[in-house]
Design a protein around this ligand. Sequence first.
Ligand code: SF4
Length: 428
Amino acid sequence: MLKILVFLIGMNADRITEKLNILADAAKYDVSCASSGSKRKNENKGLGNASNGICHTYTEDGRCVSLLKILLTNHCIFDCAYCVSRKSNDIKRAAFTVQEVVDLTINFYRRNYIEGLFLSSGIFYNADYTMERLVRIAKKLRTEHKFNGYIHLKSIPGASDELMREAGLYADRLSVNLEMPTEEGLKLLAPDKNRQDMIQPMNFLKKEIIQRTEEKALFKKAPQFAPAGQSTQVIIGATPENDQQILYTANHFYKNFNLKRVYYSGYVPVLSDSRLPALNTSVPMVRENRLYQADWLMRFYGFHVSEIVDQHNPHLDLDIDPKLGWALRNLQAFPIDINKADLQLILRVPGIGVQSAQKIVSARMFGKLNWEQLKKIGIAVNRAKYFITCNSNSFERRDLTGTAIKQYILSQSQSKYIKAATTQLNLF
Ligand code: SF4
């Protein structure tokens, strides 16, 4: 299909197809490509519209496929042990020209294959040399082709502030990958890199985003700067950090760098190296799922990271979601009266999501709620019933231990939890 397409768009089919195969394949290990959060509008009769029509499609293993997701090149001067593009890996190498990426993006977009571009790169020559090309692609798309689709650019650590600033003028989102959850992990697997090289551009982007947002509030015509903010990716399972260390790292970067998202990417063992896990030991997808759920609890449910994981429970329970895990460890806080409790408390009840909690608070102004009404609101009664009371007494078992409740819930919800163990939850 790609071959036909590049033939149609008048490019050198064989050469471009080969590059596409190599550089799209190399890009699939980066999961930080959800396109939510941008409000770029088509105001110049240009092409595309990042605020509408962007759907997030995920392959079976949970990777995003809605964007043209490629590397500019898989040549790299670095030798990070976990990366297929590392310089010592004996693989086919390729590099797109700036114009080739621009042409591919425009032609794929016109044919409705993509909603935007996710562009990363190995580092050839140096950070500025690489970043300058990434910026040039985004600039050409925006200024020459009036492209209003979504653009996510990787920021290359070590690139100059000027290039980072220019990147923010054309990209919707910028991201700097943290790679390993801890500095020790990074030293082990990527000794040529250091955490400070990642923190510096994150800090720069944070300040620039704040400043440009303030300017935009004052002057409507001030240019946008990375309107979908910045994100990062952490590889899990390549180094031995536990979930507690991973979540504390995520929490730190959310708080201090105003990140929109932290993406958790289970390490895919494709390289043999004594510093890495064995080739047949991939990270179970359910571990990624639980980390995303915990991340959700920190950002939308008012949980502090220390409530989700602690020194006694440094790993998330893979059998149940982290909110249920917290509730079972804190049974003394329950049951709560759903007709009286604060929104913040209702949000802590397993089986009740943010929207349902808000609906409950609104609906109870018109009368006390019972199980039937709660079901209609959309709460998962099979989980919530152990933790709440309402205006009916059809379920009044209050003598159960945490272990017993967990067993009941697992046996009643078996299909859901088994499914969760094999496919990624849709959390985007
Ligand atoms: S710098 Fe990036 S592309 Fe190069 S080896 Fe390291 S992770 Fe891979």
